[in-house]
Design a protein around this ligand. Structure first.
Ligand SMILES: N[C@@H](CCC(=O)N[C@@H](CS)C(=O)NCC(=O)O)C(=O)O
Length: 231
């Protein structure tokens, strides 16, 4: 089966279609789940109040942060008296509450929504396999572990199968799950891990996601951090 269409169907928000609710977003711009929320916000034209938090310096574990979010993680949002963490919960909430057309990125049709939710579930394993492979190399300077690399290959192979015949991860249209999957995949750009040669559908989808007009801006924290690492 083929790999679906090739043109991004996402729209770039313009100055006239942005919405500025009073929502605080606690974030670290290197963090994959934070970058998923950033991509979602750009796609929907939502302007959030950015509150940078450096989790590598323990800033998610201060008494103030723990009082807000005992799970000490970013992204976290505050919208009035609602505090929320978990990037998927955040995207779904903000989309339901503030998107002009909430069904666009998170369909209301049960089958279409089920396909998005399926990918959210798959992403947990996909992201964790990639994170387990990359994090020790970046954070502890360890060598790549070939056993964990096998899990990454299996995850990429499954993802390639999921993408067969599709333009985006859940079908013909961009959805919230594309953002979650994309930020996980970007972790593999550490040392240019080759996820393109053997996974043609992943390659085609990755090209499509990178063509989104806000991809660079929302992911630059990660790529700048990669550039700053000793080679
Ligand atoms: N499943 C969560 C993962 C959140 C997460 O692990 N965030 C990391 C940064 S990527 C963090 O805040 N770590 C700091 C800490 O745990 O103290 C999501 O999707 O939001």
């Amino acid at each position: 089966m083929g790999c679906g269409g090739s043109k991004p169907t996402a729209t770039a928000p313009t100055a006239t279609n942005t919405t500025k609710p009073s929502v605080d977003l606690y974030l670290a711009d290197i963090s994959p789940p934070c970058r998923a929320v950033l991509m979602f916000a750009k796609e929907t034209g939502l302007e959030l109040n950015h509150k940078p938090v450096d989790f590598t310096k323990g800033e998610t574990k201060t008494p103030e942060f723990l009082a807000m979010n005992p799970c000490h993680c970013v992204p976290t949002i505050k919208d009035g008296d609602l505090t929320l963490w978990e990037s998927v919960a955040i995207m779904v909430y903000l989309n339901d509450k503030y998107a002009k057309d909430p069904a666009k990125l998170y369909p209301t049709d049960p089958q279409k929504r089920a396909r998005v939710n399926l990918v959210f579930g798959f992403q947990r394993q996909f992201g964790s396999n990639i994170g387990d492979y990359i994090a020790p190399q970046i954070l502890q300077g360890k060598d790549a572990d070939p056993e964990i690399e096998e899990k990454v290959k299996t995850a990429l192979d499954l993802f390639n199968k999921i993408l067969e015949g599709k333009t985006y991860v859940a079908g013909d249209c961009l959805t919230l799950a594309d953002f979650s999957m994309m930020v996980s995949l970007t972790m593999l750009d550490f040392k240019d891990y080759d996820y393109k040669s053997n996974y043609p559908c992943v390659k085609a989808w990755n090209d499509r996601m990178r063509a989104l007009p806000y991809f660079e801006e929302t992911n630059k924290g990660w790529y700048e951090m990669l550039k700053s690492l000793p080679s």
